[in-house]
Every structure is written in C-alpha cells, then in structure tokens.
Design a protein around this ligand. Structure first.
Ligand code: SF4
Ligand code: FES
Length: 550
C-alpha cells in the first residue's frame, strides 16, 4: 500500500485522496478553514500550506522539494511524499495567515455566539503570533439579515466561501455570492433573493468563525455550558442523525451529526427548529381525570396514581362489558413504547384493536444536487410501530382511516397516543370517538381533550430513549437528552406502571436496552437487537434507569 509521512508520522493510504483529507482521516491536525470534505476545495485561505518533498522518478526517485509551500487541501497524496506543516517555513506561513485574517477582525469574542467553538479562536491560540502589529483603523463592515434563520456579521468573515459553495454545490439554490474586492470583500445574497431554502441554516454550522449566526440561538447560551446528546430525527422519517444541545433541562439547539449513509453533514431547518413543542407553554405536564379538580404541583404522585387506576378501570370495564378496547399507537412513538403499550393493552383485552396514528405526508421527497434528501413523511417511526404491533398481535395494525372506521362501529374504550408537534386529531376521528370512554396519553391538547376521561402527560422523544425505524428500514436507537418536563413520563414507563398495577406489584423501571433484547426474542423483531446505537451511549443510558417518582 502507498505510504507518506506527515510531520514524522508514516501513514498508509489508498490513492485518490488529498494530503489534508488523509491527515483528517488519520487524526493528524493540519489547520484548515476553506476546506470542507463535502465540497470542492478552492484553496483560498492558505493556512493549510505545507512544505512537501516527493520522489522524482526522473531523478532515480530522489526526494525533491516541491519548491514553494503547497496547499495540502488540493494536493493529491503520493507514495513516498514527506509533508511538513511544522517546518519553519510552514509555521511562518500559518502565523502570517492568522495575522492577515485578524487585521480587520473586530475580536469581539466576549459577545460572539461562536466563542468556544470558533476556529479563529482556536487557530489563533495554536498557530497565531499572540499579538497584533496592526496600528491602523480596522475596516468596518455591516451586519446583514440573510434570510429567515441566518444573520451575517460581515466583519467577522474570513472569506473562506464555504457558505457560498454550500448554496451552489449542496442545495443548488445559489443565493449567496462574494461581492466587492480586496479588503472590501463581503458575502451577500443576490439582489431580490433571501437565503431561504430547506437546508439554509447548515451554513451556520459550516462557517468556521462567528460570521453566520443562528437567529434562533442568538445570545441564548454560551456554548461551553451546553451538553451534547446524540439523537435521531424525531420529526420526520428521515432517520437523520443529530446532536441535541441542552443545559439544565432546556433544549437550546439541534445540530446535524455526520452520517455519510443517511444525512451526510446536514439536517433540514424543519428538524433544526422543529423541537420547539418540547417546551410549549400549553404542554400537558400533569395527569388529569374528568370530574376531578385539576391537580396541584404537590399532588403529582396522587395524580399519577388516580390517573393510572382510572385508566385500567375504564379499559377493563369496557372489556368486561363485552366490548372491544381500541388502541391507537402514534408513529411518533418508539418501538419500545409500542411494545410496552401493546403488552399492556393485550393484558386488558387479548382481542384489542390496534391502529397506527396518522402519518402526515407533505408532497414529494426532494433530493438536492449534493445528494441530501428531505423526507416527505412527517413521523419518525411508522414502520417500527407497524413492525412491533404486527409481531405482537399476529396481524398488521389498522391504518388511521381503518381504525377510525372501526371506532365508528362500536368499541368500548379508546386509548390514543400522540406526541405530534401539533394537534393531530381529524374531525372524522373526533366524531367517531364521540362519547366513547377515552384515555389520552399525549403531549399537546387537541379537540378530544375536553371529553377525555383521563389524560396522561407523556414525554417527547428528546426526553426518553428508544428506537426508530426510518423510511429505508434502518433501525437506530437514541438516548434521552433531557429529563422529562415537569411530571411527564414516557409511554413505556406509563405502560409498565399500568401492567404493574394490574399485577399488584411494584413497577419496573423502563430499561431501553433490556426492552430491545426482550423484543428481539419475539418472532419478527429479532433485528431490534441489532439497532444501531448512538456513539456516546454508556453514560447517558444510565440516566434512563431512574424511576420517575414524584
Ligand atoms: S460567512 Fe463564514 S462561511 Fe461564509 S465566507 Fe465568511 S467565514 Fe466563510
Ligand atoms: S484549507 Fe487549504 S487553502 Fe484553505
């Protein structure tokens, strides 16, 4: 295999890669700004330059210097190459580049959102000269509103052009351009255009400095306070990999997590900002029982106890009266939730009717020139819910319309689950439920709330662990990012407590890993044992094993 040496480290490689990419792949650091693996390499920032020696076949393979410093981001790796980014010449270049980039930079780190995750800060510390020799006045450049999600602070821009290339090569929308010349260079939108495409906010992550800012996150939190939990898209069926960034039980932002086979480096703005319902003011946070006064904060334990007892009583009474129990399992729930809910419902009524909640589909899926696809199915786990219910019940669950028809017929009790980002109940379904005894396990109010006998507040996907099956059948597990809001519980835990109540025993604590191995022993669910796990799983999984008890 071909080898080359970077700063004394011998590295093997397959031909077709560049020196910088090889360094990145092998964990060797070469500073870079303009280069991003997903796009073309313009080699314009010049900080990655290296002194390179290479065997010359026309001179008996003797090592010869390439003469001047060359950009590692656009130089193909070649067998026998010797690369120095720590030679005196290379270091002098790094210091010069940093000095040039900082000449007109306002150095306003104390008020910059990027502080703490800024490549200009980091490289200034690692490769800069530590002080400025610039005595003249700095150029002042304007702040610009580029579109619905993105602000540009032009005087922080280092003109790497990553953002411009993103709109040309990845989205194909080409809203951004470089305007002006020399030190007056600025990024701007073309006249009459806004940076307003479905992936627009990815430029914020791409920007190596604090020039492109997220309007939604602006001045919300210093990044060093944020904890990062790896998770999965819980809004659509894409299965996009994400990081959820949070502090003290509050979500502050969602960012893409690289997965070359699913979402590459990107997520949609829909997913990036679609988690807001987690902290919605009108969220259910306390159980409620029809006919009972609203429970106070100090009555949470009692509220859950009454709500659970009443749920089992209503459902059992219907079955004892010779009627059927109808259970609607939302495609927003995890496979684990579907499994425990179905186990509980089958205990109440072995002949229970199961349906899958509505699966919203918005137009067609759309693939961008860069290969990223926006999924038109706006629920994360319809396939997983169908898979689990089919395995447990021996036949496929009813789709929402069929389930509505079944409820229109005659059932003795309806249990609905939701967890959608907004109200999901259709007029037809509301009419079908009519005055049938109804239990809701949900997050947000809907038009059935007033008539529900019991409402149990459930946790969103960011407050629990579980597994989703995406649009291409890929099973991916995710970890809980924050503890459940107020007095909410995840659907798995609710089902486990309902089962324990039937058995007159103490409830088990929901253990996602144990549930997956339990499920895997059910015919048709063996693949759940092989669900892909998020990277940093161990420490976070621990947090799921606390019993939510008030
Ligand atoms: S705004 Fe950011 S990403 Fe765009 S050119 Fe400037 S530094 Fe690069
Ligand atoms: S990363 Fe090589 S020139 Fe910018």
């Amino acid at each position: 295999m071909a080898t080359l040496t970077i700063n004394g480290n011998k590295v093997e490689f397959e031909p077709g890669t560049t020196v910088l990419q090889l360094a990145i792949d092998t964990g060797l650091e070469i500073p870079h700004y303009c280069y991003h693996q997903s796009m073309s390499a313009p080699a314009n920032c010049r900080i990655c330059l290296a002194e390179i020696w290479q065997p010359n076949p026309r001179n008996d393979g003797k090592l010869e210097s390439l003469g001047k410093l060359v950009p590692t981001c656009s130089t193909p790796a070649a067998d026998g190459m010797i690369v120095y980014t720590d030679s005196p010449k290379a270091i002098a270049n790094q210091k010069s580049v940093m000095e040039l980039l900082l000449i007109n930079h306002p150095v306003d780190c104390p008020v910059c959102d990027q502080a703490g995750e800024c490549h200009l800060q980091d490289y200034s510390y690692q490769y800069g000269r530590g002080q400025s020799r610039f005595q003249e006045d700095k150029n002042k450049q304007p702040k610009k509103d580029l579109g619905p999600n993105v602000l540009l602070y032009s005087d922080r821009c280092i003109m790497c052009t990553r953002c411009v290339r993103f709109t040309r090569e990845v989205t194909g929308t080409a809203e951004l351009m470089v305007e002006g010349r020399g030190s007056q260079n600025q990024i701007d939108v073309f006249p009459g255009l806004a940076l307003d495409n479905e992936l627009s906010a990815n430029v914020i992550d791409l920007c190596p400095v604090g020039a492109l800012l997220d309007k939604d996150f602006l001045f919300q939190q210093r990044v060093w306070f944020l904890k990062k939990t790896p998770s999965i898209d819980g809004i659509t069926a894409s299965g996009d990999n994400i990081y959820v960034e949070h502090n003290e039980g509050t979500i502050y932002r969602v960012k893409p997590r690289r997965n070359d086979e699913i979402n590459q480096w990107w997520i949609t703005d829909e997913l990036r900002y679609g988690w807001k319902f987690v902290h919605a003011e009108d969220r259910y946070v306390m159980p409620s029982v029809l006919g009972e006064d609203p429970f106070e904060i100090n009555q949470a334990r009692e509220a859950w106890s009454i709500g659970m007892t009443e749920t089992n009583r209503i459902a059992s009474a219907a079955v004892e009266g010779g009627e059927t129990f109808a259970v609607l399992v939302s495609p927003m729930l995890s496979c684990e939730d579907a499994y425990h809910l179905a186990r509980w419902a089958l205990r109440i009524d072995p002949g229970a009717i199961f349906g899958v909640g509505p699966v919203p589909v918005h137009g067609e899926s759309k693939t961008f020139p860069g290969g990223y696809t926006i999924c038109n199915e706006k629920a994360p786990n319809a396939r997983g819910v169908r898979r689990v219910l089919t395995a447990l019940c021996g036949s496929a669950p009813l789709e929402f319309d069929e389930f509505t028809s079944a409820v229109e017929g005659s059932v003795g009790c309806v249990l609905t689950t939701g967890n959608y980002p907004s109200s999901w109940v259709s007029d037809r379904f509301a009419a079908a439920v009519g005055s049938t005894p109804l239990v809701m396990i949900d997050t947000l109010p809907n038009q059935l709330s007033e008539r529900a006998s019991v409402i149990l507040p459930s946790s969103t996907w960011l407050e629990k662990s579980g597994t989703f099956e995406n649009v291409s059948g890929r099973l991916q597990s995710f970890n809980r990012a924050i503890t459940p809001i107020d007095f909410c519980k995840n659907e798995s835990q609710i089902a486990l407590e309902l089962i324990a109540l039937l058995d007159g025993v103490s409830p088990a604590i929901f253990d996602p890993a144990k549930t997956r191995s339990e499920m895997a022993s059910v015919s048709g669910l063996a693949s759940l044992a092989e669900a892909e796990q998020p990277v940093e799983t161990a420490a976070l999984a621990e947090s799921d094993l606390e019993l939510v008890d008030f």
